[in-house]
Design a protein. Structure first.
Length: 433
């Protein structure tokens, strides 16, 4: 068993940046008396009592079997309660594996979890596509990797919310208390990454199960492909946790953290970063600024982003800026031409005509890359691609430009989207080869 608390303390105190913090080992480590965590995607934390074990999150469908097995090997009592911190599939998708091992599990979730599950069913194919793009970087039908005769496997893969997912049997509103044996668990609802998020306070242990309110990355409060996030409420939830003076915090991604002072610093620093973005965006909106100006003005200090628990390796501050705008200002960015825009293909064709052809656009994109302006290079590559949607040479160059851009990005979300753009053009470039 790894000493996760010693590891996280060293990383935070010494600002270590070359140690992995979001680990997917499928291994269980004890973090207290009768308390353990299985590092997976997402983690599953578990508390053992004489009346049964309480698990927090069930991980993903692809990891749920390993997680449940690890808990079963460790615990001499069955899992009787499963708490969903929220309804994302990497937290609930493995619940079917729990049901295979233990009977009559009380599944506890916020009242909005069921609505999320229904939404996942209604937008099944869209969610599969955007998650491929976000995590894999290439939008293609993964079913092609399966045997053509394996219709059942293909059908399972094309089901975003696994059919075996357990739905909540105990539904929580703003707060709820669960008593399992001598263990008291106080559940609280706050909006943050999702509108159905719960976090847990274990008063006898002075421990918090934080779910995705803490992820050892810059908060996932922006995400360009997903529904609204709530940075204001997210920051408030972190301050609410800090006010309890916890001595242990267990996130669903990243390492558990011990020590009241250390935890207070982490929680309040993350909250400060979110609050600062919101305050600056709202101030600029009130002053009449358009989204373009705000996006290119609001920044988080480099020394903040260099903290081992706030690096922008998944989401990033620029996306949070856009989400604040969306929350208060709607989808229109303030540029009149983009209220009811012309088709991209029409704009691309005219720009190419004015530039003297698509090659001129691509040559200028190369110059922008040489100047370090990857944003401008991407615009020019898109204009060329829109103007010549079937030209393999144009799209081979567009793919090259987006692959070069992917390399200089830090966040997984940016890398995934730019890799997907490259793949779109690679398909055109390879069509006749």
């Amino acid at each position: 068993m790894a000493d996760l608390l010693a590891l996280s303390s060293r990383i935070i105190d010494d600002r270590v940046l070359d140690e992995p913090v979001n680990r997917v080992t499928q291994e269980l480590s004890e973090i207290g008396d009768g308390m353990a965590v299985v590092e997976s995607f997402s983690h599953s934390a578990v508390v053992r009592t004489d009346a049964g074990a309480i698990a927090f999150d069930a991980s993903h469908r692809s990891t749920g079997d390993d997680v449940a097995a690890a808990i079963d090997d460790w615990s001499d009592v069955p899992v009787t309660h499963l708490v969903y911190t929220h309804g994302h599939i990497d937290h609930v998708g493995g619940s079917g594996a729990f049901a295979e091992r233990w009977d009559d599990i009380d599944v506890i979730g916020h009242e909005r979890v069921s609505a999320r599950f229904e939404r996942y069913r209604a937008t099944n194919d869209w969610n599969i596509d955007i998650n491929q793009r976000q995590f894999g970087g290439i939008r293609q039908d993964q079913g092609l990797l399966l045997a053509e005769s394996d219709d059942e496997a293909l059908a399972r893969w094309r089901q975003f919310l696994p059919a075996t997912t357990l739905w909540p049997t105990t539904v929580v509103g703003d707060s709820h208390t669960v008593q399992v044996g001598d263990e008291t668990i106080e559940l609280f609802h706050d909006r943050g990454e999702t509108d159905d998020h719960l976090w847990a306070w274990l008063p006898d242990r002075k421990a918090i199960m934080a779910g995705d309110f803490l992820i050892w990355n810059f908060p996932n409060a922006g995400n360009p492909q997903k529904v609204q996030r709530y940075p204001i409420e997210w920051a408030a939830a972190l301050r609410r946790m800090a006010a309890l003076e916890p001595e242990l915090v267990v996130p669903a991604h990243g390492l558990p953290i011990a020590g009241a002072e250390r935890i207070s610093t982490v929680l309040n620093t993350v909250a400060d970063a979110l609050d600062a973005i919101v305050d600056e965006v709202v101030s600029m909106m009130n002053a009449g600024a358009k989204l373009d100006e705000i996006v290119h003005t609001v920044r988080v200090p480099d020394d903040t982003l260099a903290l081992p628990y706030l690096r922008p390796l998944y989401d990033e501050p620029e996306f949070v800026v856009r989400n604040v705008w969306r929350q208060f200002g709607g989808w229109w960015d303030g540029a009149a031409s983009r209220l009811k825009p012309a088709p991209d293909a029409a704009v691309g064709a005219v720009v190419a005509e004015l530039a003297g052809g698509t090659q001129a656009l691509l040559d200028r994109a190369d110059q922008a890359l040489d100047d370090g302006d990857v944003r401008l290079a991407s615009h020019l590559a898109d204009f060329a691609g829109w103007a010549a949607p079937d030209d393999p040479d144009v799209h081979a160059k567009r793919a090259e430009i987006y692959l070069r851009r992917r390399k200089v990005e830090s966040s997984l979300m940016s890398k995934g989207i730019f890799a997907a753009a490259a793949r779109e053009s690679q398909i055109v470039a390879e069509r006749d080869t």
